[in-house]
Design a protein around this ligand. Structure first.
Ligand SMILES: [Zn+2]
Length: 335
């Protein structure tokens, strides 16, 4: 499997929580572990995002960041993944004085440690700017993505509550990212509508859109997405939990695909959303009766849209060929 849209702080294991709670002397709450998953009856993205406070409180030093990156990569590899791009916002890890740069260096070291001696697998990092942060703090994140671009940092992203500011507010920031020739992902069209996706592409130079399910498929929009080769990172379960979409049936998978817009299937947050890419494919299989060639097509989209180098992409296509039968068997198997 492949996950291109995977937040580090939303994907800590229960063991990670227990270990870091003890090590960092942080109380996990009376209702742990229920309080690490999406709240029952969650009605919005804003409410969903409250689940990141606890994991972020545990990740305020170099060791803890490196530890959870290693843990996540090991879990992915052991579950049969071949590739992942793990994203996090270094600015959310500075509450106890750690610099954004040290957060990035720690994540890189945790990743490199985990990747040692893993064959047929790779992973990279994406640095998130936050919608609610100051320009100065976000600009520091952009500069760090440039500084560490040869050390497994492959892209920048804009995350956080989508209703905070519309995309045009962040134009100077992403003009700079573009000037630095960084890869750009924007969370858009999740809590907001189609206009925000268009802003992300037109104003913020997005190459990939996090979610984007609310894009209206007008002739003009379709032409723009296809011509600019924009890839969409769908995260179905997360969209249902934030009430961005009412049901799996509403995931516009076949509609986008029909128009030649590249779609990928991702988890968003393995713990907060209590999911993984295999489970996402299972939901889509049940809803849309996905065929093996369609799963192969979607995973090939993930490889093509990944920000890995050409050698890694060749390796991944090769691994996908070897694994597609077993992936499909797992998807259609009842849990
Ligand atoms: Zn996300």
């Amino acid at each position: 499997m492949i996950d291109l849209h995977l937040h580090l702080d939303g994907s800590l294991s229960i063991e990670d929580f227990n270990y870091l709670s003890e090590r960092n002397h942080i109380y996990l709450g009376d209702n742990f572990p229920e309080n690490v998953y999406v709240p029952e009856g969650c009605t919005s993205l804003e409410e969903y995002l409250t689940r990141f406070d606890l994991p972020c409180s545990l990740l305020q030093d170099e060791f803890s960041i490196a530890y959870v990156v290693t843990s996540l990569v090991n879990r992915l590899y052991n579950s049969g993944y071949i590739y992942a791009e793990i994203r996090f916002a270094p600015q959310l890890h500075t509450l106890k004085g750690m610099s954004q740069e040290n957060a990035v260096i720690s994540a890189i070291s945790g990743l490199n440690f985990a990747l040692k001696e893993k064959v047929g697998f790779d992973a990279n990092l994406i640095l998130c700017c936050m919608r609610q942060a100051s320009d100065e703090i976000n600009m520091e994140t952009i500069k760090l993505a440039d500084k560490y671009r040869t050390k497994k940092v492959v892209s920048v992203d804009l995350a956080g509550p989508e209703k905070f500011h519309t995309g045009d507010f962040y134009t100077p920031l992403f003009d700079e990212a573009k000037r630095l020739n960084l890869n750009i992902i924007i969370h858009a069209g999740e809590a907001c509508g189609s206009d925000e996706v268009i802003r992300a592409v037109d104003l913020l130079h997005a190459q990939r859109i996090g979610h984007g399910v609310h894009l209206e498929l007008t002739r003009e929009n379709v032409k723009k997405m296809v011509e600019k080769r924009i890839t969409f990172e769908f995260c179905p379960t997360s969209n249902l939990q934030t009430t961005s979409l009412p049901e799996y049936k509403s995931v516009p998978l076949r509609e986008f695909d029909k128009y030649g817009i590249a779609v990928t299937i991702n988890s968003d947050n393995m713990t907060v959303s209590n999911t993984d890419v295999l489970k996402e494919y299972r939901h889509l299989y049940k809803e849309f009766n996905l065929q093996k060639y369609e799963v192969r097509h979607l995973l090939t989209n993930s490889i093509n849209a990944s920000f890995s180098d050409s050698n890694t992409k060749s390796m991944l296509l090769n691994e996908l060929n070897k694994k597609i039968d077993s992936y499909f068997d797992l998807i259609i198997k009842e849990e």
